[in-house]
Design a protein around this ligand. Structure first.
Ligand SMILES: Nc1nc2c(c(=O)[nH]1)N[C@H]1C(S)=C(S)[C@@H](COP(=O)(O)OP(=O)(O)OC[C@H]3O[C@@H](n4cnc5c(=O)[nH]c(N)nc54)[C@H](O)[C@@H]3O)O[C@H]1N2
Ligand SMILES: Nc1nc2c(c(=O)[nH]1)N[C@H]1C(S)=C(S)[C@@H](COP(=O)(O)OP(=O)(O)OC[C@H]3O[C@@H](n4cnc5c(=O)[nH]c(N)nc54)[C@H](O)[C@@H]3O)O[C@H]1N2
Ligand SMILES: [Mo]
Length: 814
């Protein structure tokens, strides 16, 4: 979230699209109710299904799965052509005035630089024109045809209301009603918030879905403001924490991009990430990257990391590719992985194309599972009936199970969607032989280190030299770990030299050995260590900030500054400088958040700005970008600097109605597809129905089917279809049906409902089959199917999140 759960109560309009907060985030949804009751806020829900969120909405619109960019592109077109943008905000806070390279183009579904063989873009024609002074060229009048404003207008003019309705199946009047409501929030005293989750991410265009929305919020002037923002509702209790801590191959902790093969030495690695400002007076905060990275290396390697050995840069793995979930299982499927350690993950249930997953796991020599439960994955080799097509005799994989504790059986922290880190205490001891994850990992590490010490091996140094400062090295305590993540001074940290009197003694800001107060004092000379720069400030000399439980809200805007600790710097709304106009006055005085008081930035929150940066200096609100503003034209994206509609990889339409004569641009031309999976896609002729998968309030994934109370309220697998399709197929309420895709099938009871309707798409009716994800082969619910027997093995071009939410099936009565 750029904002926070409690901030939602400040809004005038809530858009829930690509998520279903009432059912998947029922506790957080109370803030929507609060806004509706106390501010008379309105709620819009756009979802292929009439959900429980939709049931309390002012306006509901249906949409065909996988077509949100067409819808949102239509909203952009509406805003630009009806003068419904907050122009003063957008000129100050975005690249609207920036000039693009004249070679940049878009034609018939493809941006300039496309290479069909590599399914990738050469981006050299994308991006801004740079002047001789090293700064981006701009046109303040917005008249130059090459400025982002004009290019944006041109790109989205094709997304007319007729086109939106033809692609999405959303009735035109509903679409226009929603555009009008959204457009009203372009007024400086109105704000909209957007809440989304997997209905947007789990698509081959997932990242661009979210980007399109971010562009809308920027054009409306709704970013950085109370009641506004782009709010991702995170899934597991601590999945935000996982992302922050670097459980991915392409980032180190705190979203520092990890080194690749191209970064052959530390100097090059740092230079590529320490970007100079692209506009005058901008902060380009990542110029501090060397401080964050050096402090991380000191946290890893302590005294072994020195300036002379480049702080052990050579010991950090250099990426040759992205090791996302799909790529890992692809390599496993090719027989290129021997062993696999699975911690709190049930891949056979959670990853697309179960048949491929089974085959992949069968090629391992060993599989280690750390989990409190017996899962489908830990028993993937057993035959659980006709829908679980494995032959145990052919599987040699040795499976080890290490029972772990569950969240209530250990102390530690959760980081929630609001970026708030909260400490929790242990409630009960884990049962039997179960141990906390940290202890299992520590014991594994100590054993490995002993083996390396005894037997040597290739490159033992990174293991031998790893800092392991815990009182009991087999059982690191959560307090020790959190202190390490926060960071401390290894030597006295001194104030910068006084330029007028460089030889004067310098004040000691933090004494050697003390906890750091925050990331502002991290150093690049090896004098500080920090496990995650964005978490710095969570455990200071004053104690554990994440354990704070002060419910006071001095501004009355739902800020609660002394409840837990929000990264970064205890900031509750990101980009909050943008809540005030260029001169430092709040856009909306009734929601005064941050303002310039004549000497510094002051208000309800920690400023996302140098506290003494005078408004007349023109420092932009988006300090993480070298240009100081947010990007409407984003070169960083793999699949185009402007979001463009592409069909899901399995499309019920067969063509991309935006460019019907270009077979190369039906589905995302820059999404990665592995060879075997291309053949596993089905056609609309054989599988005519759109399908999507989703959650039920009564279950948590594949986990709560082990709990009797959950099994009582939601005991058996089912799929949902509309009344029209049921009539066509002769299916009645409760009938057993078989749902097939080109990869597998499931058998379940049919729930015939008015909540899913056929949609009129380009003159034809498209039906949707809804498939809840929660069932499998283990647990006390009725044994059933794995939804992922059906889903395709393809992901988003940028994040590689699988396309769980849009594929093709057929359905018949059994
Ligand atoms: N009770 C319960 N709560 C949970 C979970 C759980 O298992 N059970 N899981 C947690 C986790 S890990 C996560 S990530 C979150 C997920 O939270 P959500 O994303 O809210 O949950 P889903 O039910 O997967 O999908 C949300 C909605 O997306 C819609 N949808 C599908 N395709 C599209 C599309 O193309 N466009 C649009 N606009 N909408 C579409 C679906 O109809 C569905 O209503 O929930 C968390 N909360
Ligand atoms: N078709 C389809 N597939 C999907 C999705 C979808 O919408 N549609 N959603 C996707 C999403 S968003 C998610 S998050 C995944 C969820 O997929 P998973 O994360 O694999 O599923 P879970 O069942 O939530 O959790 C995995 C295991 O963690 C264990 N566990 C719980 N606490 C602990 C602990 O403290 N330590 C350890 N070591 N283990 C613990 C549980 O017992 C459980 O077996 O599914 C994904 N798959
Ligand atoms: Mo999730």
């Amino acid at each position: 979230m750029t904002n926070s759960w409690t901030d939602i109560r400040n809004t005038d309009l809530v858009l829930i699209m690509g998520g279903n907060a009432a059912e998947a985030h029922p506790c957080g949804f109370k803030w929507v109710t609060e806004a509706m009751q106390h501010r008379k806020a309105k709620l819009i829900v756009v979802d292929p299904r009439f959900t429980r969120s939709a049931a309390v909405a002012d306006v509901y619109a249906p949409i065909r799965v996988g077509t949100d960019i067409a819808f949102l592109g239509g909203v952009i077109n509406y805003l630009l052509s009806n003068d419904k943008i907050h122009l003063e905000y957008a000129k100050f806070n975005t690249d609207l005035t920036f000039l693009l390279k004249p070679e940049f183009s878009f034609d018939n579904g493809l941006f300039s630089g496309y290479n069909e063989e590599r399914r990738a873009y050469d981006k050299s024609t994308w991006g801004y024109q740079i002047g001789e002074d090293g700064y981006v060229k701009v046109d303040e009048t917005l008249q130059d045809p090459l400025c982002v404003y004009q290019q944006l207008k041109k790109h989205y003019s094709r997304y007319t209301p007729e086109m939106v309705s033809r692609i999405c199946g959303t009735p035109q009047d509903k679409f226009l009603q929603i555009c009008e409501m959204i457009g009203e929030t372009s007024a400086p005293d109105k704000v909209m918030t957007i809440m989304y989750a997997l209905g947007w991410t789990q698509h081959s265009v997932g990242s661009q879905n979210i980007r399109t929305m971010a562009m809308i919020q920027l054009l409306l002037g709704n970013m950085g403001r109370p009641g506004g923002g782009v709010n991702a509702l995170r899934g597991h209790a601590n999945v935000q924490g996982i992302t922050d801590m670097n459980a991915y191959s392409d980032v180190l902790s705190g979203y520092m991009s990890a080194p690749t093969d191209a970064d052959t030495n530390r100097a090059e690695y740092l230079a590529r990430r320490t970007l100079k400002p692209l506009r005058p007076n901008q902060m380009s905060f990542p110029q501090n990257f060397p401080k964050w990275h050096t402090s991380l290396m000191k946290a890893y390697y302590g005294d072994a990391a020195t300036a002379e050995n480049d702080y052990c840069y050579d010991w950090i793995p250099k990426r040759d590719a992205g090791y996302d979930v799909l790529h890992i299982f692809e390599l496993m499927h090719q027989g290129k992985i021997n062993g696999f350690l699975v911690q709190g993950f049930n891949p056979i249930a959670a990853v697309p194309n179960k048949k491929k997953l089974s085959a992949a796991l069968s090629k391992l020599k060993y599989l280690v599972i750390m989990d409190p439960l017996e899962t489908e994955t830990s028993e993937f080799w057993k035959n659980y009936g006709p829908l679980n097509d494995v032959d145990p005799a052919t599987i040699q994989t040795e499976v080890f199970r290490l029972p772990t504790a569950c969240f209530a059986e250990e102390a530690g922290t959760f980081t929630n969607s609001s970026r708030v880190i909260s400490w929790k205490e242990k409630a009960v001891d884990p049962p039997g032989e179960a141990k906390p994850d940290s202890e299992i990992i520590a014991r594994l590490f100590m054993k490995l280190r002993q083996l390396y010490a005894k037997e040597g091996g290739t490159l033992p140094e990174p293991i031998a030299a790893l800092t392991w400062p815990y009182l009991n090295p087999n059982v690191p305590s959560p307090v020790e770990l959190l202190r390490e993540i926060n960071g401390r001074a290894l030597r006295d940290v001194l104030a910068p030299p006084d330029p007028k009197n460089p030889d004067a003694p310098r004040a000691v800001l933090v004494k050697a050995g003390e906890q750091l107060p925050g990331f502002a004092l991290l150093q690049d000379d090896g004098s500080t260590a920090c496990g995650n720069w964005i978490y710095s400030g969570c455990f200071t000399q004053a104690g554990n900030m994440t354990a704070r439980r002060d419910t006071s809200d001095p501004s009355g805007l739902g800020v609660y500054p002394n409840w837990g600790f929000a990264w970064p710097a205890n900031r509750r709304i990101l980009y909050n400088r943008a809540s005030a106009d260029p001169s430092g006055k709040p856009w909306d005085p009734s929601r005064t958040y941050l303002y310039w008081n004549g000497r510094s930035w002051a208000g309800a929150d920690v400023p996302d700005m140098r506290p003494n940066a005078k408004p007349e200096e023109g420092v932009g609100s988006f300090i993480m970008n070298p240009e100081g503003v947010a990007r409407l034209h984003a070169v960083g994206m793999a699949d185009g600097p402007f979001p463009e509609h592409y069909e899901p990889f399995e499309t019920p339409v067969g063509v991309n109605l935006m460019c019907p004569d270009n077979p190369k641009a039906v589905s995302n031309p820059a999404a990665r597809v592995f060879k075997g999976d291309l053949e596993a896609f089905g056609t609309k002729e054989e599988f005519p129905y759109a399908a999507t998968t989703y959650r039920l309030t009564e279950h948590h994934h594949f986990w709560t089917k082990h709990a009797r109370s959950n099994a009582v309220v939601q005991p058996a697998p089912f799929v949902e279809i509309g009344e029209e399709l049921a009539r066509e197929k002769g299916i009645r309420q409760g009938d057993k049906v078989r749902v097939r895709s080109n990869r597998g099938e499931v058998i379940a009871a049919a729930v015939v409902t008015r909540r899913i309707k056929g949609l009129h798409v380009d003159g034809k009716v498209i039906h949707t089959v809804g498939i809840p994800i929660h069932w499998g082969f283990k647990g006390v619910t009725q044994n059933g199917y794995l939804a992922n027997s059906l889903t395709p093995f393809v992901g988003d071009a940028n994040s590689q999140t699988p396309e769980f939410k849009a594929f093709l099936v057929n359905i018949e009565k059994v």
